[in-house]
Design a protein around this ligand. Structure first.
Ligand code: 6GU
Length: 262
């Protein structure tokens, strides 16, 4: 997978991309990240990339020309062309706090792409006309405001890259939190007793069936306590078995009868 990242601050990416799993994935040729400095596409003497907003108000807006030129160069589109006019073009994703909230389901979808183009917004935002002409999707990583899209782009690259086949162990991906809409079960390793706290006996019993049942129940318990919204979604999607629902009933879920019509 090729990931093109368009940013005013390419230096922000060196740490995350040159350590740990993302480093290995790139060395193995599974992902290839290319950084593009939007400022290189500014044409004036001061290499200006922002300007005051029409209509007044606080903050600065990213100018359309350098950003559009950078996007078009990365897509190899002629000036004036829109992203939609390029057949089989990669998604051009703007990282912005008013985008669709990034989820594991979106990470899975993006992991199937051959190429992604990520555009990091800065200042108060980008000129709306660039959005209309060249952006095909907008993502936010949550309901809080960052100083720019760079950290969000790193989050997206990390979450997507680990789903690219070969980057990490397939079993870890299959079992993890959010993959099937439930949180993970608690994990333990040696020693068997740590500071007076023993490991749950079932885990050292050697009964694989009992271990699997305990883990499923702990996932359901944890999801109920921490993220009941995910549990409701799993139920609505038919991902909970009769045994799951019986266990959840023991735990007191649902605490109220579901709301019916008016
Ligand atoms: Cl994608 N950008 C910014 N600036 N803030 C955010 C965000 C993105 N996602 C959450 N907060």
């Amino acid at each position: 997978m090729i990931v093109d990242i368009l940013t005013l601050f390419p230096g922000m990416f060196t740490g995350p991309l040159t350590e740990s799993i993302l480093k290995r994935a790139q060395q193995a040729g599974l992902i290839h990240v290319r950084l593009h400095n939007i400022r290189d596409w500014a044409t004036d003497r001061h290499r200006t990339t922002d300007d005051a907003p029409y209509g007044g108000g606080a903050g600065m807006v990213m100018k359309p020309e350098p950003l559009a030129a950078c996007i078009r160069a990365v897509l190899a589109l002629p000036p004036g062309a829109t992203a939609a006019e390029s057949p089989a073009s990669p998604p051009v994703i703007l990282l912005t706090p008013d985008g669709e909230v990034f989820t594991q389901a979106i990470a899975q979808e993006l992991a199937g792409a051959e190429r992604l183009v990520l555009v990091c917004g800065h200042y108060e935002g980008i000129d709306e006309r660039v959005r209309e002409a060249l952006i095909t999707r907008e993502l936010s990583i949550g309901d809080y405001v960052l100083t720019g899209g760079e950290l969000a782009a790193m989050v997206v690259v990390d979450a997507v890259a680990r789903l690219v086949p070969g980057v990490i162990d397939a079993e870890s991906v299959a079992e993890e939190s959010h993959g099937d809409g439930l949180l993970e079960y608690p994990h333990y390793t040696r020693p068997a007793v740590w500071e007076g706290r023993p490991v749950p006996p079932v885990l050292v019993s050697g009964h694989h069936g009992e271990v699997a049942k305990w883990r499923r129940r702990e996932r359901l318990r944890r999801t109920l306590l921490r993220r009941p919204d995910l549990l409701e979604r799993a139920r609505a999607a038919g991902r909970l078995t009769a045994a799951d629902l019986a266990w959840l009933a023991e735990l007191g879920w649902p605490s109220q009868a579901p709301q019916t019509g008016p």
